[in-house]
Design a protein around this ligand. Structure first.
Ligand code: ADP
Ligand code: GN1
Ligand code: MG
Length: 364
């Protein structure tokens, strides 16, 4: 059982029932500290819960963040019920703290939250079956469609400028100039690649793309696929649900799920953007959005993929230069490896640009 300061205190302060029988670090998210807790009742029946220590370096206003999550999940619950679905499995369900708040602040000032564990479903770090990727596309498209009438003005901006690619580029430039870890000289090629693609930061902003309530972090491992039916059951990781662009949600899924390699692959010869997976996702996302995407949004889907991949690459590079304080790493150089896979994917998309556009046209 892993040690983590404040965890035991947090466990005692949520409305969990039964006796805690095990707890372990869980999942492969880069941001929060996630734990799986197992409780047992008097009859020996087990139930699982997710406990998370929110990353307050990244989410500076955890109370506002939880306000968003409660509002969004309450809204989704109503829509899911209207559609005859099961809100206990199809949306996150927040477990309140003993004082009724949707979070607990421990004696060190760390913020914790708890969710019902979604049973009989799995998250994937890489596509194992193309059908899973298709299912994730339908779910992310549908998620956006479900939130179409959510009052966007009630949402707090949890990370300002989250997908402002031009601002991300400016942040990279500052990181290069400051070079606080003395790493810039060893990543000249990556910096040159980023600088040569600076223009990508300005492309989406000048298009007429509607602001929608979007997820903004549509990685394959932020969706749960039902083990029995193979259907995309629940969109999770709602920390960045904010007004945003549909093409970015599309693009972030492509950069992660349509890659033939994991995000931190060190052998770049394995890294490609797979056009069969691109096609499967395109079909599913457009279907999931159920006719709500405008002609301009459809046209810009490939650009969303390229921009999101580039943006993620420069974020990884900036974090590497700044000493890996944003994205969790499990080995030295991991953020640099992540940056390299993203840049390789951008190059590959450039080679396959006409094919990508043709695929989008086919389903538009
Ligand atoms: P991060 O922001 O660090 O990515 P996530 O909220 O995505 O954190 O959670 C990390 C992982 O924990 C997910 O990828 C998933 O595997 C698992 N997880 C999170 N919430 C649940 C849940 N309610 N039920 C089951 N697994 C979950
Ligand atoms: C982070 O939280 P997680 O691991 O699902 C990040 C995303 C990046 C992604 C790269 C809040 O996502 O923006 O695209 O890592 N989330 C945040 O894998 O910064
Ligand atoms: Mg996540």
């Amino acid at each position: 059982m892993e040690k983590c300061k404040g965890k035991d205190e947090a466990i005692e302060n949520f409305r969990f029932t039964g006796k805690l029988v095990s707890h372990c670090i869980y999942g492969s998210g880069h941001i929060n500290d996630t734990f799986l807790l197992t409780f047992e009742d008097g009859q020996g029946r087990q139930s699982k819960k997710i406990l998370q220590r929110m990353n307050k370096d990244i989410f500076a206003r955890p109370v506002e963040l939880m306000d968003n999550i409660v509002n969004v999940t309450t809204y989704l619950r109503e829509r899911i019920l209207e559609n005859g679905g099961d809100p206990d499995r199809e949306t996150l369900n927040v477990i309140p703290a003993l004082d009724g708040k949707p979070y607990y602040v421990d004696s060190e000032g760390e913020y914790w939250r708890a969710y019902q564990f979604i049973v009989g479903a799995s998250c994937y770090d890489q596509v194992e079956k193309p059908e899973d990727f298709y299912q994730s596309a339908v779910s992310f498209g549908n998620f956006q469609k479900l939130l179409a009438d959510f009052p966007a003005d009630t949402l707090h901006e949890t990370i300002p400028g989250f997908h402002d690619t031009a601002a991300r580029f400016a942040a990279l430039k500052r990181a290069v100039e400051k070079d606080i870890c003395g790493r810039a000289a060893s990543v000249k090629e990556e910096i040159a690649f980023a600088y040569a693609h600076e223009g990508l930061g300005d492309i989406l902003g000048v298009q007429e793309l509607p602001l929608r309530v979007t997820h903004n972090d549509t990685k394959l491992n932020n969706i749960m696929i039902d083990d029995a039916t193979g259907k995309g059951i629940c969109v999770i990781d709602l920390d960045t649900v904010m007004p945003g662009l549909a093409v970015n949600d599309f693009g972030d899924s492509i950069r992660f799920g349509a890659s033939t390699a994991v995000e931190d692959e060190t052998d770049l010869s394995k890294v490609h953007c797979d056009m069969d997976l691109f096609e499967i996702y395109t079909k599913g996302f457009i279907e999931g959005c159920k006719g709500s995407l405008t002609a301009k949004e459809l046209e810009m889907l490939p650009m969303g993929a390229k921009v999101m991949t580039f943006e993620c690459g420069i974020r990884f590079l900036a974090d590497y230069l700044e000493g890996d304080h944003y994205f969790k790493i499990h080995r030295e150089g991991q953020n640099l490896d992540r940056c390299r896979t993203q840049f390789r994917l951008v190059e590959d998309m450039e080679k396959k640009w006409d094919i990508m556009r043709e695929i989008v046209r086919k389903y538009s």
